[in-house]
Design a binder for this molecule. Structure first.
Ligand code: ZN
Length: 198
């Protein structure tokens, strides 16, 4: 389709490749960007390149940060012997918001999904197992209650059990398929407190 400029087409193509953005929305966004003051469009582009350039994975828990160690891993007052495994940094943020969890985290950046071709090697499991060689008392598995989340939980529990470290799973009061980040803090706390040993 050559109705628009080639530059516009390229922008629409890039935007529509983003999750949840169809071709129509991509067109709407592209026009919105064209009508913006030039400085704002440049600011938007710069915030993308800046974030991409400076944000990296925490050397310990793999969450997104702009330092070698994220503020949670760098905090000596946290209980470094309790590791909560979550699917992504947004889930970590949801638990942090409760202000009640004192342990540290491990961010997998995904979940095992045979249907989507995502295997154990595609998420940050190797890094988790490396951490478990240190002094760890408990691994709390807080992946989502979706099929992928449960598959991942099962897989991790099988990996961790032979190490003798306690493995627990958060209580499943969490709605099936519900993303952790949308669940309110009280439900999250209840799920955490009601965790059971696997
Ligand atoms: Zn960290």
């Amino acid at each position: 389709m050559d109705v628009f400029s080639g530059y516009m087409n390229k922008l629409i193509e890039e935007l529509s490749a983003l999750p949840g953005i169809g071709n129509k929305t991509a067109q709407r966004l592209a026009f919105h960007i064209m009508y913006m003051p030039k400085e704002r469009a440049e600011g938007l582009a710069k915030s993308i390149t800046d974030a991409r350039e400076h944000v990296c994975y925490c050397a310990e828990c793999c969450t997104l940060t702009d330092q070698e160690l994220c503020p949670i891993c760098a905090n000596e007052r946290r209980d470094h012997k309790t590791i909560m495994v979550v699917e992504n940094s947004r889930d970590l943020a949801a638990y942090e918001k409760t202000g009640k969890y004192e342990g540290v985290y491990h961010v997998l950046h995904g979940a095992i999904s045979p249907m989507l071709g995502i295997g154990p090697a595609d998420i940050r499991l190797k890094e988790l197992m490396k951490r478990l060689e240190g002094d760890v008392d408990e691994v709390i598995i807080a992946t989502n209650s979706s099929l992928e989340g449960e598959t991942t939980a099962m897989y991790i529990s099988k990996l961790v059990k032979p190490t003798g470290i306690k493995v627990t799973r958060i209580a499943s009061g969490v709605p099936v398929g519900g993303d952790l980040e949308y669940i309110d803090e009280i439900t999250l706390l209840r799920a955490l407190e009601g965790r059971t040993e696997l």
